[in-house]
Design a protein around this ligand. Structure first.
Ligand SMILES: Cc1ncc(COP(=O)(O)O)c(C=O)c1O
Length: 335
């Protein structure tokens, strides 16, 4: 029986296929000779190729609807998975999607690939910007222009990472606690962390859903650990206030590993290429170049360094992003 969870009191629109499955990766586990690796398939949430943002958008879009919005504005990089899922969610709910995207050096591509192609297919209105991320001034300008036309835009923050977005992963921790009830628990969960909202929700959700929370290791995709930790702590505080709970968490207990930043955001190196290849060849599992490839590469490296005991059970969160694979063909193709 499903127990009541704190987020049940919040407005929520159903967008994701839940619960997402958990799969064992026996071949990859054997090849690496370390812990038993399992994968939580949040790439299968279903919305226009799915991913982790869909869970966040269930709460964020509910806020937009409650505010009486007729348009949503969000922002991201050219291959942003968040922007693509937001655009798809907006169309599904009858809102007009506006995306502020960073203009790549040399300008937008003549032929759209990956997430950008999906944005075009769902009819997102794209506003290219040369402002440095997170594009606050451009977002404001787009909002003002829409308001001047009599529209009611609702702004969804970068990565959907505020208290309401985090609620998607508070509920995900209850989901997994329920899914694994009666099983030997996973000692450690490993996942990509970037704008921090998912990580914040997981830390808060684990503190609420478990008597003994698992170890949660976020592999940073773009920023130094201290920057992300501070942001995550802020989102946890805000989310705890919204829920009226006092989880007693400290910033020091938030684990962010920034050892795998490589050449920077969306720069694909040997770490990502190997992780993508191993997941595909040993398990027929696709991970993405920017987020899950880097996070899985980090997990593989931690395993090789002996960070886990043999027989330990580790859960890797597959948070999506594979829609971007074709956009990286030039650095991934093996011939
Ligand atoms: C595929 C994928 N995984 C992980 C993340 C990280 O989530 P968050 O931004 O909440 O840290 C993102 C964010 O864009 C993503 O697209």
């Amino acid at each position: 029986m499903t127990r009541p969870i704190p987020t049940d009191v919040l407005p929520r629109v159903r967008l994701a296929h839940l619960p997402t499955p958990i799969e064992h990766l026996p071949n990859l586990s054997r090849y690496l000779g370390g812990p038993e690796i399992y994968v939580k398939r949040d790439d299968l949430t279903g919305l226009a190729t799915g991913g982790n943002k869909t869970r966040k958008l269930e709460f964020l879009m509910a806020q937009a609807l409650e505010a009486g919005a007729d348009a949503v504005i969000t922002a991201g990089a050219i291959q942003s998975n968040h922007a693509r899922q937001t655009a798809a969610a907006a169309r599904k709910l009858g809102l007009e999607p506006h995306l502020v995207l960073g203009r790549p050096a040399g300008g937008p591509p003549a032929v759209a690939q990956g997430n950008l192609l999906i944005n075009q297919l769902v009819g997102a209105i794209i506003h290219w910007t040369d402002e440095p991320a997170p594009y606050a001034e451009t977002i404001e300008a787009v909002g003002e222009a829409l308001q001047a036309e009599g529209r009611k835009p609702y702004v969804i923050p970068y990565g959907g990472s505020n208290a309401y977005g985090a609620m998607g992963y508070v509920t995900a921790m209850y989901e997994i606690a329920e899914q694994t009830a009666g099983m030997e628990p996973f000692s450690t969960h490993v996942f990509a962390t970037s704008s921090g909202g998912m990580h914040a929700g997981m830390v808060l959700g684990a503190a609420l859903a478990y008597e003994q929370p698992p170890r949660l290791i976020g592999i940073s995709i773009a920023d130094p650990a201290e920057t992300i930790r501070a942001h995550i702590a802020g989102v946890i505080d805000e989310a705890a206030r919204v829920l009226g709970v006092e989880p007693g968490l400290s910033e020091a207990g938030i684990v962010v590993n920034d050892d795998y930043l490589g050449g920077g955001y969306a720069v694909i190196g040997d770490l990502e290429r190997e992780a993508i290849r191993l997941a595909a060849r040993y398990e027929g599992l696709l991970v993405d170049p920017v987020y899950t490839g880097r996070a899985l590469g980090g997990l593989i490296d931690l395993i090789r360094r002996g960070a886990f005991q043999p027989g330990e059970r580790v859960l890797f969160w597959h948070t999506g992003g594979t829609a971007a694979l074709s956009a990286f063909a030039e650095v991934l193709a093996t011939g």
